[in-house]
Design a binder for this molecule. Sequence first.
Ligand SMILES: [Zn+2]
Ligand SMILES: [Zn+2]
Ligand SMILES: [Zn+2]
Length: 330
Amino acid sequence: MVNRCGACGQDTLGRNWTFENRPGEVFCDSCANGPRCYDCGGPSGRAWVFDDGRKQCDRCRSSSVLDKSSVLALANVILDFMHSSLRMSLSPLPEIHLASLDQIRAAFETPRPDAAGICIIKSGSHPTILVPYGMARLPLATLLTHELAHVWVFQNARTKLAISSIAHEGFCEWVAWQTAIGCFRSQTEANKIAKKDGRYGTWFRAMASLHTSIPAIDIPILVSHEDSRIPRAVLKDSGKVTSVHGLGVGIFKIGRDKGCCNILIENPYASRTHSSVQVEARGTAYLRDLGSRNGTKVNGRDARSSALRPGDTIQLGSTSLIFDSVARPV
Ligand SMILES: [Zn+2]
Ligand SMILES: [Zn+2]
Ligand SMILES: [Zn+2]
């Protein structure tokens, strides 16, 4: 069987390279080892080249956003979602411009040679966002959402999110992650955010595990979409549902300690930090008992650590917690 390379269309001669953000495609040796697309990271093949040096594959080129009205239309889709699903409203709205990477990087006060976009906020003047022209629609949406979230933080939550500026980056990544899943139904974009290395990835993961425990950020967790699957924990006391927690990527501590537990339970048999549920980017989840006095049971059996499946019941004294999931897109 002949496999055609996703970049050049030639026979891959059985080498069949694959790339994470290009599901369903295979590539030949020479394309796999050639230049990469700025937007998806896959082989760019014959490569469209922008004047700031970015290369782009045919696939990304097909959804390339090249003019101002298209980027504003995309921003409106994102702003609608932020408003209706995350309860984040921006006022005044920022100005949004397409620019070259060189222009974007030159707009920072201290040079940022790796920057992909910028949100310029100075008191007394209109917030302005610069994003690269020509990016593919979905990666651009992620970048734009991140910058719009910066504007929201500046306008609404500077005091509520009294945390370091790099933690703001984690929050903006979290908003982009929610939007990738809830608005654009793109697991590929969501995974790119969740798996990032370095400070952005670290702070995204911290933020994803924190957001259930920061009541000051008045943002509901995205939990219901008919055709998607998002892990959640349904807390029951003596058989009655007392609360439902949407679980993002991260570690959620369960116990009596208000200071450090994401899911609080009030029963005398529970320890201060009793157990934890860890949710990974792929949606797999694990329970760990954190050395509790009375132990944790999963489906009636004592468990120190256990993989969790939708429908599993976690028992902590008289409190039970059903691990299940609601819709999430593929
Ligand atoms: Zn090829
Ligand atoms: Zn691409
Ligand atoms: Zn940022």
